[in-house]
Write a protein that binds this ligand. Structure first.
Ligand code: NAD
Ligand code: MG
Length: 297
């Protein structure tokens, strides 16, 4: 039987474009995508690399955050996921998978652009799990606008609040709780290095996430805590079909990568596991690109 561990051509391992036209309202729902993304539900196999750890993942209901949540639970961690209330259906599926591993799950529906809530998700996780060892700040807003004239102040504000302010609020609330050995992981993007014309505000925040995380890593290592960035290329998630890209670009999503297809969320999960685990003990202040060949520079 062929699985994720079978030697094979990666270009043909997962669905390739063209994809069906599938615009969704924001935030997109993963289960409504065609094809449905592989977040590791049946394909990720753990090996105890995070036994007993306690993790909080923002945007853990779908996409890259969901793949990290499933992988962390399979590796032995208790996992809290933050998401928007309208994503409850996606979140319930993740909670069920975490609990099926015999791990504790915590659902945190709410809007992290509200400072009080952004801070509270940390406190609730600490209370529920008795501490926090792994923080993954991954939630993001991406809405394409074809021209600078179309990027409203409201757009700019919401993108900054979701992608940068919330990162600061959540990290600031979490740091006092993190023990030596803990790991902070942020999700930036290849957009930090090769910004698209239609993603002015988004690309700006992604460059900001890289700088913020590298600066934070320098502070945190004084406490024995590591911090790193993951910079994905095109991944098959609802972020893209809910306005991240124009609908016709979603139909061709990933075609421009060297691999010729988008990544599936499960294909980036091992990087989050490595950075979260003690196996990543010499890795801090780094940016990990997972771009399907474009690279980051
Ligand atoms: P996704 O839509 O599945 O996940 C993003 C999540 O962010 C949503 O599920 C939602 O729960 C959360 N979120 C957004 N606004 C929020 C708010 N105000 N309050 C609380 N939660 C909020 O899409 P994804 O692609 O998995 O995105 C995860 C991260 O990966 C994002 O930071 C995104 O920028 C980044 N990224 C994605 C790609 C890609 O091609 N999919 C490429 C590079 C970077
Ligand atoms: Mg979602």
């Amino acid at each position: 039987m062929t699985n994720r561990f079978t030697l094979q051509d990666p270009r043909k391992q997962y669905p390739q474009p063209p994809f069906p036209r599938q615009p969704q309202p924001v935030p997109g729902i993963a289960s409504k995508m065609d094809p449905v993304p592989d977040h590791g539900e049946t394909s990720y196999v753990g090996s105890g690399r995070l036994n007993g750890r306690r993790a909080l993942i923002t945007g853990g209901d779908s996409g890259i955050g969901r793949a990290a949540a499933i992988a962390f639970a399979r590796e032995g961690a208790d996992v809290a996921i933050s998401y928007l209330a309208s994503e409850e259906a996606d979140a319930r599926e993740v909670i069920a998978i975490i609990e099926a591993e015999g791990r504790k799950a915590l659902a945190l529906p709410g809007d992290i652009t509200e400072e009080a809530w952004a801070r509270e998700i940390v406190e609730r996780t600490v209370q529920a799990f008795g501490g926090l060892d792994i923080l993954v700040v991954n939630a993001g807003r991406q809405q394409n606008r074809e021209d600078i004239s179309k990027v409203t102040s409201d757009d700019f504000d919401k993108t900054m609040k979701t992608n940068l302010y919330a990162l600061h609020w959540i990290a600031q609330a979490a740091v006092p709780h993190l023990p030596a050995g803990a790991s902070v992981i942020t999700t930036a993007s290849v957009q930090a290095y090769e910004p698209s014309a239609i993603l002015l505000d988004y690309a700006t925040t992604k460059a900001g996430i890289v700088a913020y995380t590298k600066a934070l890593a320098k502070q945190l290592i004084e406490k024995g805590i590591r911090a790193n960035v993951v910079a994905p290329g095109p991944f098959w998630t609802a972020l893209q079909s809910s306005g991240g890209q124009p609908p016709e670009k979603v139909q061709q999503f990933g075609a421009e990568s060297q691999i010729g297809r988008p990544g599936q969320p499960v294909e980036i999960a091992p990087v989050y596991v490595l950075l979260a685990s003690q196996e990543g003990s010499y890795i801090t202040g780094e940016v990990y690109g997972v771009t399907g060949g474009a690279g980051i520079a």
